[in-house]
Design a protein around this ligand. Structure first.
Ligand code: AR6
Length: 168
């Protein structure tokens, strides 16, 4: 059984085996939670991302996939980078958002991570409506078989916290 917990706050302050990053395909950093993770985690994370680009993802990490690096100075063993879809009003990209959660849990299982902290993927720069993102995130975690014991959603503000609380 996987326990789902909600907390409000900054994911870079969390203690977990793995912290998930809402990255972009370049894996080379950005704003939002991605920027915060690289800032607090330090340059070891970017170095590892550059190595991954060179070895496996010359064209970038595809949307919906996930890959792990060191967590640098964060209070975690790994950062799992996943690329959420940009919200589209004309195209249903829900399967890609669900894939981010499922693939991150698959990577977490491969690593042997027991606690995994997720941000609300795609709900910032990528503009996914919060209520819908919360539904997809919680349903996907509930429906994914995993050895992860605790999934923690770390919600940055009241609005995100309330949206996730409605689903749990
Ligand atoms: N801790 C927890 N959640 C956070 C934090 C934090 N420190 N900072 C922001 N959030 P976003 P996306 C929330 O934009 O929409 C980047 O530039 C934020 O309030 O970080 O998937 C990447 O490089 C929002 O609810 O990610 C990509 O280019 C959620 O995290 C692009 O943004 C996600 O917002 C990815 O966009």
């Amino acid at each position: 059984m996987t326990t789902i917990r909600l907390v409000q706050g900054d994911i870079t302050r969390e203690t977990a085996d793995a912290i998930v990053n809402a990255a972009n395909s370049s894996l080379l950093g950005g704003g939002g939670v991605d920027g915060a993770i690289h800032r607090r985690g330090g340059p070891a994370i970017l170095d590892a991302c550059r190595d991954l680009r060179a070895s496996h993802y010359g064209k970038g990490l595809p949307t919906g996939q996930a890959v792990a690096t060191t967590a640098g100075n964060l209070d975690a063993r790994w950062v799992i980078h996943t690329v959420g879809p940009v919200w589209s009003a004309s195209e249903d990209r829900s399967a890609l958002l669900a894939s981010c959660y499922r693939e991150s849990l698959r990577v977490a299982d491969e690593l042997g991570a027991r606690t995994v902290a997720f941000p609300a993927i795609s709900t910032g720069v990528y503009r996914w409506p919060m209520d819908d993102a919360a539904r997809i995130a919680t349903e996907t975690v509930r429906d994914t078989p995993t050895s992860v014991e605790e999934v923690r959603f770390v919600l940055f503000d009241d609005r995100a916290y309330e949206a996730f609380a409605q689903q749990t």
